[in-house]
Ligand binder design. Sequence first.
Ligand SMILES: Cc1ncc(C[n+]2csc(CCOP(=O)(O)OP(=O)(O)O)c2C)c(N)n1
Ligand SMILES: [Mg+2]
Length: 305
Amino acid sequence: MGYNIPVMEDNLTLYRSMLLIRRFEERLLVEFSTGKLVGTTHTYIGQEADATGIFSVTDAEDVVFSNHRCHGHFLAYGGDAYLLAAELMGRKTGLVGGRGGSQHIHWRNFYTNGIQGGIVPVATGMALAEKAHNTGKVVLVFTGDGTLGEGVLYESLNIAALWKLPILVVLENNRYAQTTPVEKGVAGSMAARFEAFGIPVWERDTTDVLEIRSTAREAISAVRSGAGPASMILHTYRFSAHSKGDDPRTPKELARIRRFDPLTVHGMRLTDPECTKAESEIKAIIDEAFSRADADPFPSLGVIH
Ligand SMILES: Cc1ncc(C[n+]2csc(CCOP(=O)(O)OP(=O)(O)O)c2C)c(N)n1
Ligand SMILES: [Mg+2]
């Protein structure tokens, strides 16, 4: 199709994908202080193993619906760092002409929307279309623990199960919805919410990209086989604030969860020279992405070109 979609099969490629997300978003937080970015941002730092593991086993033509915390999903999907940087800087050359910003981007079969839960019925409709056209594509939709409070999620699960739609609902439980800890926002069992509709659940509490990859492979192949919807519940950790500064967690808690850093967990499988080389290659990609984007023009106030 002329697109550069990376094939993530070996340990180094998986590590590089997670590192690209980590360093890209660290750079984003720095760029905010320079005033070069527009809107807000929600970083994926800490959760990188989820997207990387999942997109290492999807097909290039599968359809993805992401949310407000979308940069990591986008980069793991194979999205281009420069196009994303240009979008975040509001430039004409950005993914959607500099009009979408951080939360509303589109590229190939990748769509995002910042409204909690709002994207789930849209993804369900797309799954219906893929089934009607017999494309064999799987639709993936990313949600969070906070999204469990949105009723439209359950309406969508009902229809998806009734009509056996090819959709995988990924629930990333990073244990907080903005500043609300999951214990104060979610009653009962997460898995039971899916099981009530007869939707199978693959649930893991891990930041190991290899474990997530093998779990995703099972869940996605179940959906692709025509069995209907499936879900993945991934318990993970968000290391940064919800957006830029809103974080009720103590330094002690933040230090504790850092022990689950997916880069450390997976980095143990690589040699030091491999890690060092990956660092310098990723740094070059990010430096180029931001400096190139910074030289690009802003869009005019008229029609998007
Ligand atoms: C309908 C709606 N209500 C409120 C918000 C504001 N908001 C943005 S993210 C968020 C919390 C989401 O929590 P969760 O689903 O756990 O995702 P996470 O941010 O942890 O990735 C809220 C309340 C929103 N975007 N949409
Ligand atoms: Mg959350």
